[in-house]
Design a protein around this ligand. Structure first.
Ligand code: SF4
Length: 105
């Protein structure tokens, strides 16, 4: 293997390794809950709290979102995170459902 071949080989190996790491991370990330999921429909879950049905859920307020819900398992600034109501799935940090409970503090 010449010096150039070796460099090209290592470059390819690094690119392939990075791609595999990304694929692995994607494969391990829990699925995002679908708004059409029967439980999501029952709870009025929306990925965007502004799209919640205010007629059906009159206590909803646009300031309520998953990121400030006690049941959200992500960090407050996470785009997506776990939720105790939807085990094994992720909800949007900007989402909302009728099980919203104000996070203390
Ligand atoms: Fe979002 Fe809270 Fe409803 Fe879970 S329970 S979907 S964190 S509002």
């Amino acid at each position: 293997m010449t010096g150039i071949d070796r460099r090209a080989f290592f470059k390819q190996a690094i690119i392939a390794g990075s791609a595999l790491t990304s694929l692995n991370a994607m494969a391990q990330a829990p699925a995002k809950v679908a708004e059409s999921d029967p439980q999501a429909v029952a709870l009025g879950y929306k990925h965007d709290t502004k799209l919640a049905d205010g007629k059906k859920f009159p206590k909803h307020d646009a300031s309520q979102a998953c990121h400030n819900c006690q049941l959200f398992q992500g960090k407050p600034d996470d785009e997506w995170g776990g939720c105790a109501i939807f085990p094994g799935k992720q909800v949007s940090g900007h989402g909302w459902c009728s099980a919203w409970i104000k996070k203390p503090g």
